[in-house]
Design a protein. Structure first.
Length: 459
């Protein structure tokens, strides 16, 4: 499999060769045209002077080939079509000499061109150069669309130009390849670094950073890679922490259950109502943990089903209050409803909304001490329904606030899960809210309390 450097080099070689060939051809073609035009203009001036002098001396065009031979001594000449020399190859003299009436007097246009005795239309004749003697027009010199003959110095000049173009093209190609090689190496070096960094991350070296400081697209790609690597490292640490927390949550009830079953089976302790109640509570906690893990897994895979109905949110709030009121009284905590009575109906899953509010109330119950207060507030704000769970607990620090919805995050790591909490409640709550097109946020001040706000669009 060819590397990117090889592919780019091949492309550069092909493009350079095509560019060099095109440039050489174009320059050679233009140089040849310019050179031929220069020679033609020079020959035209010399030929006009020679023909004028010849006519002034002879008074006719009988041997007009003589001035042509003076200007083009290296060109063969014939005054008769098909004569002794008519079958010989002739150089293409780029001018035609005609009389004032347009009859061709003498020219050597080459095979396929006008022959002596032929004529040129007057409208074409008048486009030529008039030959004047004593103020009278005695003939016309008409440029032909043919390449004039070149002598050896002229050929040598064009050959030298052609050789120079070939050498310069080869030199340019070599320079382009050399500079291109450096540029390709410079261009692919960050890509190689990224490839190596990707292999390190794939090998488990999460958080690996690649040092690319360019500000182009590759620099942006490197920055994105570094952020991704950092996020993967954080996610891995969070996963390990979550696994550790869940293992702890599982170990505690299992240890209690194992201890009680062992002493009961060996007859070392008589079964009492308190023992069986404790065992039931611990098994219930295991059930809560398993349910939370299953719910979170379904939410992650987007397989959790929702029974969307047009519901009255005030009724759900009353049900949540009734469900948690006994536990709140047992802890000496005041739980109450506040807000608007006539709330707009919304399209939500009533069971999942109950779970959302229940998780938030349960979270407040865990942090509040005797005499604390919890309020369930509700109101309409524009096209949205706002539900809030407000407590006057210890609050959450600014350091912990951004992580409050992370899995297994607890502001108090020493707290036991005595209320059936797995540390996943707030993470599940956020996903349940977002899955129903809602938003959840939290505001908190240390020593003053915390407000969880849930916002749903009104149908």
């Amino acid at each position: 499999m060819r590397s990117l450097s090889v592919k780019i080099t091949l492309v550069l070689v092909v493009v350079s060769i095509i560019g060099a060939l095109f440039t050489s051809f174009y320059i050679q073609n233009q140089t040849q045209k310019a050179f031929d035009n220069f020679i033609r203009d020079r020959d035209q001036q010399v030929l006009v002077e020679a023909l004028t002098e010849y006519y002034s001396a002879t008074g006719n065009w009988e041997d007009a080939h003589i001035p042509f031979q003076q200007v083009y001594p290296f060109a063969q000449h014939s005054t008769q079509a098909g004569g002794q020399q008519g079958n010989q190859p002739y150089a293409n003299i780029p001018f035609i000499l005609t009389s004032t009436s347009g009859e061709i007097i003498d020219t050597n246009p080459g095979p396929g061109g006008p022959k002596p005795g032929a004529s040129v239309p007057l409208d074409e004749v008048e486009k030529g150069i008039s030959l004047e003697v004593d103020g009278n027009i005695v003939g016309w010199l008409i440029p032909a669309t043919l390449q004039g003959p070149r002598n050896s110095p002229q050929k040598d000049f064009l050959n030298t130009v052609q050789q120079g173009l070939v050498i310069s093209s080869i030199g340019t190609l070599l320079i382009a390849l050399t500079l291109g090689g450096f540029l390709i190496q410079s261009f692919t070096r960050p890509i190689r670094k990224l490839a190596g960094a990707t292999e390190k991350v794939a090998g488990g070296e999460l958080g690996y950073q690649v040092d690319i400081r360019s500000k182009d697209e590759l620099g942006k790609l490197a920055s994105s890679f570094n952020r991704m690597s950092t996020d993967l490292e954080k996610a891995d640490l969070a996963r390990k922490q979550m696994t550790s927390d869940i293992a702890h949550d599982l170990r505690t009830p299992l240890t209690i259950l194992q201890g009680y079953t062992e002493v009961l089976s060996e007859g070392k302790m008589a079964g009492t109502t308190e023992i069986y109640q404790t065992m039931y509570q611990q098994s219930q906690h295991l059930g809560y943990l398993i349910d939370d893990l299953k719910t979170l897994s379904l939410l992650d895979s987007e397989e959790l089903t929702f029974q969307i109905q047009n519901i009255d949110p005030a009724l759900i709030l009353q049900q949540v209050e009734s469900a948690f009121l006994p536990l709140a009284k047992e802890k000496g905590i005041e739980l109450s409803l506040a807000g608007e009575i006539d709330l707009p109906r919304v399209d939500l899953d009533p069971g999942r909304l109950t779970q959302i509010l229940g998780n938030l109330v349960n979270n407040s119950l865990q942090v509040l001490s005797f005499g604390g207060k919890i309020e369930l507030r509700s109101y309409q704000k524009g096209d949205n329904l706002i539900l809030e769970v407000v407590d006057d607990g210890p609050g959450i620090s600014e350091e912990n606030l951004p992580h409050i919805f992370n899995r297994s995050f607890r502001t108090d790591s020493s707290r036991n899960s005595e209320f059936g909490s797995s540390g996943l409640g707030l993470a599940i709550t956020r996903k349940l809210v977002e899955a129903q097109k809602g938003r959840i946020s939290v505001q908190s001040t240390l020593g003053e309390g915390t407000t969880f706000q849930v916002e749903f669009p009104i149908a």
